[in-house]
Design a protein around this ligand. Structure first.
Ligand code: HSE
Length: 435
C-alpha cells in the first residue's frame, strides 16, 4: 500500500481532533483511500501541553517550515487559525506545490482573492470544507452537488455561539447578558465573544459561501451585518406571541443579476425547519432552480465534527495525489481567471417584512401619530399589539408590517424616534416568512 505524507500546522482543538480521528479510523481511512495517510510532522508553538492523544515526540516541531520544506509532505493541513502567519504559510505551501487543507474562514474570507488564484496557478488543491458549518458538507454541496443550479437562495444559521445564546434566551426567557455569561461558563462562548456575537464569524462564512454559490468574488465589507447583542428577552417573547422565533440568519438571495447579502437577527415562522435548529447546531436552507429546497443540518464546530470535515478534504487531495491529478473541481466552483466581482443589492433597496417595538407614552393619539408616519412612507401595518399600562410611563407598542422598502423604513423610524411621545430608540427586527 502506498504512503501519503501529510503535515499539520496547529495542534489546537481541531488539530488534536485530526490526530485522534486518524488514530481512531486509520484502517477504515486506508481502506477507502487505498493508501496509508502518514502524519509525518506536527507544528505548534506549544508542543509540551498534554492533548489527550498519543503523539511520538519526534513528530513535533515548533517550526512550521519543517513541514513546508519537507519534499515528502504533499498535503499541508493549516489549523492554526487567524490571519498571519497562516496566510504566509499557506502561500508558501502553494509555492512549493503542496495541497492545502484549512478550516481558516477568517483567512479565506479576507485573503481568498490572493490565495485561490495562486493555488490554481500552481495546480494545487485548497480544501476548506471545515471553514464553514463545521461538519456540514456545505462546500461540497455548492461546488459539486448543486453545481448545475441557479441558487435562488441560501439561508444559514452559521454560528453556533449565537444560536446557543438565542435558543437559551427563547427557552428560558433570560436576558442576553445573563445567557452570554452562562454560555461562557459552559464553554459555548469564547472569553472574548466579539467575533461571534457581533456576527463577524458569520460574515466570514457567508463571504465564502456566496463566492461558491454565485462563482463571484465577494468583499467582506459589502455584506450587511448586524449581530445579536441588541436582542432582548422582551422581543423574543413578542416574537413568540406572533408565531415567530428569532435566529441570526445569513441570507443570500438572487434578485435578477444581483444578490442580496445580509446577516441580521431575523424572525422566522416557528414551524420552519430553520426555526427549529437549536442550541449550538448550524444549518443551511438552499433553493436551487432545479433542485428545489435542500436542507443541511449538523454540528457547526467542535473537535471531532470539524475533524471529520478536514478529513473529507485530506482524502480529496490524497485521491488526487494517487491519480496524479489536481484542479479537476475548480477551487471556488469556477475557473479563477473568470471570476468577476459579485453585484450586491444595496441594503436600502431590499424589501421585507418588519417588526417594530416602539417605547411610547400611553396617551390618546399616539398610535395614530406613529402609524401616520409609517403610512406616509408606504409602510402598511399587518398587526399591532399594545399591552395595557401597569404604571405611569412608557409602554411597548409592537407593530409588524407587510413588505416594505428598507430605505422607507429607516426614514420613517428616524422621524418616529424624534417624536416627543417616543421614549427610546425603536427596535427593528426583519421578518422573513418566505424562506
Ligand atoms: N465560533 C464558531 C461558532 C465556530 O460559534 O459557530 C467556529 O466557526
Amino acid at each position: 500500500m502506498k504512503n501519503i505524507s501529510i503535515g499539520l500546522i496547529g495542534l489546537g482543538n481541531i488539530g488534536t481532533g485530526v490526530v485522534r480521528l486518524l488514530e481512531q479510523n486509520e484502517k477504515l481511512i486506508a481502506q477507502k483511500l487505498g493508501a496509508k495517510l502518514v502524519l509525518k510532522k506536527i507544528a505548534d508553538i506549544d508542543i509540551t501541553s498534554p492533548r489527550g492523544v498519543k503523539i511520538p515526540k519526534k513528530l513535533l516541531t515548533t517550526d512550521a517550515r519543517d513541514i513546508l520544506n519537507d519534499p515528502d509532505i504533499s498535503i499541508v493541513i493549516e489549523l492554526m487559525g487567524g490571519y498571519e502567519p497562516a496566510r504566509t504559510f499557506v502561500l508558501e505551501a502553494i509555492k512549493k506545490g503542496k495541497h492545502v487543507v484549512t478550516a481558516n474562514k477568517a483567512m479565506l474570507a479576507t485573503f481568498g482573492n490572493e490565495i485561490f488564484p495562486a493555488a490554481q496557478k500552481k495546480n494545487v488543491d485548497i480544501g476548506f470544507e471545515a471553514s464553514v458549518g463545521g461538519t456540514i458538507p456545505i462546500i461540497k454541496t455548492l461546488k459539486e452537488s448543486l453545481v448545475a443550479n441557479r441558487i435562488h437562495s441560501i439561508v444559514g444559521i452559521m454560528n453556533g455561539t449565537c444560536n446557543f445564546i438565542l435558543t437559551k434566551m427563547t427557552n428560558e426567557g433570560k436576558p442576553f447578558d445573563v445567557v452570554l455569561k452562562e454560555a461562557q461558563q459552559l464553554g459555548f462562548a469564547e472569553a472574548d465573544p466579539t467575533f461571534d456575537i457581533e456576527g463577524i464569524d458569520t460574515s466570514h462564512k457567508m463571504a465564502i459561501v456566496l463566492s461558491l454559490a454565485y462563482g463571484k468574488k465577494v468583499r467582506l465589507k459589502d455584506i450587511y451585518l448586524e449581530g445579536i447583542t441588541k436582542i432582548s428577552a422582551e422581543d423574543i417573547a413578542f416574537a413568540g406571541e406572533l408565531g415567530y422565533r428569532i435566529k441570526l440568519l445569513a441570507i443570500g438571495r438572487l434578485k435578477g443579476d444581483a444578490v442580496e447579502a445580509r446577516i441580521h437577527p431575523t424572525m422566522i415562522a416557528s414551524g420552519h425547519l430553520l426555526a427549529n435548529v437549536n442550541h449550538n447546531y448550524n444549518a443551511f436552507h438552499l433553493v436551487g432552480d432545479a433542485s428545489g429546497p435542500v436542507f443541511l443540518f449538523g454540528q457547526g464546530a467542535g473537535m471531532m465534527p470539524t475533524a471529520s470535515a478536514v478529513f473529507s478534504d485530506i482524502l480529496d487531495s490524497a485521491r488526487n495525489v494517487l491519480k496524479g491529478i489536481s484542479g479537476r473541481v475548480p477551487l471556488r466552483s469556477i475557473d479563477e481567471t473568470g471570476m468577476k466581482d459579485i453585484r450586491l443589492v444595496p441594503m436600502d433597496n431590499i424589501e421585507t417584512k418588519y417588526y417594530f417595538r416602539f417605547t411610547a407614552l400611553d396617551r390618546p393619539g399616539v398610535l395614530s401619530k406613529i402609524s401616520g408616519i409609517l403610512g406616509a412612507h408606504d409602510i402598511s401595518l399587518a398587526t399591532v399589539i399594545q399591552k395595557a399600562r401597569e404604571e405611569a410611563g412608557a409602554v411597548p407598542i409592537v407593530m409588524t408590517t407587510y413588505k416594505a422598502k428598507e430605505k422607507n423604513v429607516r426614514q420613517a423610524l428616524k422621524k418616529i424616534d424624534r417624536l416627543d411621545i417616543v421614549r427610546d430608540k425603536t427596535i427593528l427586527i426583519r421578518i422573513e416568512d418566505e424562506l
